[in-house]
Design a protein around this ligand. Structure first.
Ligand SMILES: NC(=O)c1ccc[n+]([C@@H]2O[C@H](COP(=O)([O-])OP(=O)(O)OC[C@H]3O[C@@H](n4cnc5c(N)ncnc54)[C@H](O)[C@@H]3O)[C@@H](O)[C@H]2O)c1
Length: 256
């Protein structure tokens, strides 16, 4: 893959996150990137650093993936860059933006439930819907959605009921959309990481972290680069016959 296509990546600006590692890996593989994040200033900084480090076109813009108006505005901003020739055509959409809910069920509130569902599940729906028509028109595209091992085994890492439910919704979304888009040249897949070394578990205790690492057959949590490699593989030309797949990146912590 050369820089002839742009990967649109949400949730790609937190310093130690999976999104930024994925944006960097796309750039290393020759893709242009559009970095979308709630932290819009930071998204612009990340985009600039990607261009200077990897020499590919990059664009950063604010988005709240749970807000349709904000998603459409971000889509319009990215497509304006494509129309102006500053970014190549959109070839991939990677829905990484997400929030967790490390709260026991009876302590959850409807507001928490809605926010976790909105950012993780509705955000995936809105961003995919906004960018999909261009990929269908061009006859080639890749969508990768960020689920979690929590969807498959009912939490057990850090996110609990709302998070597991939202990430499970993403798996159903992925499979149904893959089926519907089958003939279009656009594939739709999901990744289900186990515990990854990012700031999302910032509130977890040393005891929880030791318990998490001890429960993983390979004996450690994943690096963000290991998750990024799985995502960019699913966006590569080599993955052309994979659609509707759930790709586990969990060090053996959930074996089917
Ligand atoms: N870290 C893990 O152990 C792990 C495991 C499995 C899945 N995941 C998933 O991977 C994704 C990335 O997580 P991470 O660990 O890198 O966390 P992170 O908190 O470092 O990154 C999340 C990113 O999403 C952005 N974001 C949050 N709400 C947003 C919104 N409404 N609109 C746009 N952007 C928003 C944040 O600003 C941040 O840049 C999440 O979907 C998470 O659920 C993480």
């Amino acid at each position: 893959m050369s820089s002839q296509r742009t990967a649109v990546i949400t949730g790609a600006s937190s310093e130690n996150g999976i999104g930024i590692a994925t944006a960097r890996r796309f750039a290393r593989d020759g893709w242009a990137v559009a970095v979308l994040d709630l932290a819009g200033d930071r998204a612009e900084v990340v985009a600039k650093s990607i261009t200077s480090e990897h020499g590919v076109p990059a664009f950063g813009h604010a988005v709240d993936v749970a807000d349709e108006t904000a998603v459409d505005a971000a889509r319009d901003a990215v497509t304006a860059e494509v129309t102006a020739g500053r970014l190549p055509e959109i070839g991939a959409v990677v829905n990484i933006a997400g929030i967790t809910s490390p709260v026991d069920f009876l302590d959850t509130t409807l507001d928490l439930w809605r926010r976790v569902m909105d950012v993780n599940a509705t955000g995936t729906y809105l961003v995919t819907k906004a960018f999909l028509p261009r990929m269908v028109d061009s006859g080639w595209g890749r969508i990768v959605n960020m689920s979690s091992v929590s969807a498959q085994r009912g939490g057990g890492v850090f996110g609990k009921v709302p998070y597991s439910a939202a990430k499970a919704a993403i798996l159903g979304f992925t499979k149904a959309l893959a089926r519907e888009l089958g003939p279009t040249g656009v594939t739709v897949n999901a990744v289900t990481p186990g515990a990854v070394d990012t700031d999302i578990r910032v509130g977890s205790t040393a005891e929880q972290e030791a318990q998490i690492a001890g429960s993983i057959p390979v004996g450690r949590t994943a690096t963000t680069e290991e998750v990024a490699a799985a995502i960019t593989f699913l966006c590569s030309a080599d993955s052309s016959y994979l659609t509707g797949v759930t790709l586990d990146v969990n060090g053996g912590s959930h074996l089917h």
